[in-house]
Design a binder for this molecule. Structure first.
Ligand code: CP
Length: 300
C-alpha cells in the first residue's frame, strides 16, 4: 500500500484490496484476538452528516479495543476559526494513532496527510472518493460472486457520487465489467451510458445510488416522482434481472425514489448485509492503517 493512510482506491493494488477483504472476512468470522488495537486511539472528525460510516468506524474501533475520540465541526475549535491543518496536528499531538475524516472538500485527507504522521482514513471527501463504502461493497459482492467478468451496473446520480467513483475504480481493478446509467444531467459529460431498463437483463450486480434531493433544486432533475418512473427499481424491473443477481445501495435510501418499498424486502437486496459488513471492513481498514508494519510482518 502506497504512502500513509487510506485516501483513495487508486492508491490500492489488487493485492492490497484482497488483503483488506480477507482481513474483514477474518473479523466477521470472529478471529479478532491477535489483530487488535488495544491501547490505541482512533479520532473521528466528521464535518458532514453520517449514520452508517461514523457509527461503524466507532464500533469497529471499539471492537478492536481502541479508544475513540469524536470531534465534529460545530462543537470543535474550527467553529472559532481554527484551521483543519491545525486541528489535525492537534489531534496528532495528543497521541491519537489514526484520524478518520469525512469532509465536503474533495482531496482533503490527502492534503492533511502532508502535515501529520498518523494515518488518515478517508470516510468520504466531497465528490471524490468513499473508499470504506467501496470496500464493504466489494466484501458483500465477494460473499456471492467472483469478480472477473462480473457485470456490474451503477445507476443514478453518477456525476456527484463518490461511491460511484470508488466502486468503478475498484471493480475494474478486480476484473469486473462496470456499466453506468442515469439521467443525462446526472452523468459526467461524454460518459458512455447503457440503456435502462434493457441492460438489467445482463446485470449480475446493480448498485443504486442515493438521489441527492438538492439536485432537484439545482434544476438537474424534474422531480423525484419522474426519476422513480424512469430509473426507480420496481419489482417488474427486478424480474428482468438474472435470478441470482444482487441489489446494492450505499444508503441512506430514499424509499419510492431509487427503489420501490417492496424491492427492499427482496432477498436479493443486500443493503442490510452491506451495513453489517461495513463494521468488519472498517475494522480491517483501521488495523491496516495503524498496524501496517506489523501486518506486513504477519503476511511475510
Ligand atoms: N453510505 C454512507 O456513507 O452512509 P452515511 O452517510 O450514513 O455514513
Amino acid at each position: 500500500m502506497k504512502g500513509k493512510g487510506i485516501h483513495a482506491i487508486k492508491d490500492l493494488t489488487v493485492k492490497d484490496i484482497e488483503r483488506l477483504l480477507d482481513l474483514a472476512d477474518e473479523y466477521k468470522a470472529g478471529k479478532v484476538a491477535r489483530k487488535n488495537l488495544k491501547g490505541r486511539t482512533v479520532a473521528l472528525f466528521f464535518s458532514e452528516n453520517s449514520t452508517r460510516t461514523k457509527l461503524s468506524f466507532t464500533l469497529a474501533a471499539e471492537k478492536l479495543g481502541a479508544k475513540v475520540l469524536d470531534l465534529n465541526e460545530n462543537s470543535s475549535s474550527i467553529a472559532k476559526g481554527e484551521s483543519l491543518i491545525d486541528t489535525a496536528m492537534t489531534i496528532s499531538a495528543m497521541g491519537a494513532d489514526c484520524l478518520v475524516v469525512r469532509h465536503r472538500e474533495s482531496g482533503i485527507t490527502r492534503f492533511l496527510q502532508k502535515y501529520v504522521d498518523i494515518p488518515i482514513i478517508n470516510a468520504g471527501d466531497g465528490w471524490s472518493e468513499h473508499p470504506s463504502q467501496c470496500l464493504l461493497d466489494l466484501m458483500t459482492i465477494r460473499e456471492y460472486k467472483t469478480f472477473p467478468g462480473l457485470k456490474v451496473l451503477i445507476a443514478g446520480d453518477i456525476l456527484h457520487s463518490r461511491v460511484a467513483r470508488s466502486d468503478s475504480e475498484a471493480l475494474k481493478k478486480m476484473g469486473a465489467e462496470v456499466y453506468l446509467t442515469g439521467p443525462k444531467t446526472l452523468l459526467p459529460p461524454k460518459t458512455p451510458k447503457v440503456p435502462w431498463p434493457e441492460s438489467l437483463e445482463k446485470t449480475d450486480v446493480l448498485i443504486l445510488l442515493r438521489l441527492q434531493k438538492e439536485r432537484q433544486e439545482q434544476g438537474l432533475l424534474a422531480s423525484l416522482q419522474e426519476y422513480h418512473c424512469f430509473y426507480g427499481l420496481t419489482s417488474d424491473y427486478l424480474e428482468m434481472m438474472p435470478k441470482e443477481s444482487l441489489i446494492l445501495h450505499p444508503g441512506p435510501v430514499n424509499r419510492g425514489v431509487e427503489l420501490a418499498d417492496n424491492v427492499l424486502d427482496n432477498p436479493r437486496c443486500k443493503i442490510n448485509e452491506q451495513v453489517t459488513n461495513g463494521v468488519f471492513m472498517r475494522m480491517a481498514m483501521l488495523y491496516t492503517a495503524i498496524e501496517r508494519r506489523k501486518l506486513v510482518e504477519i503476511s511475510a
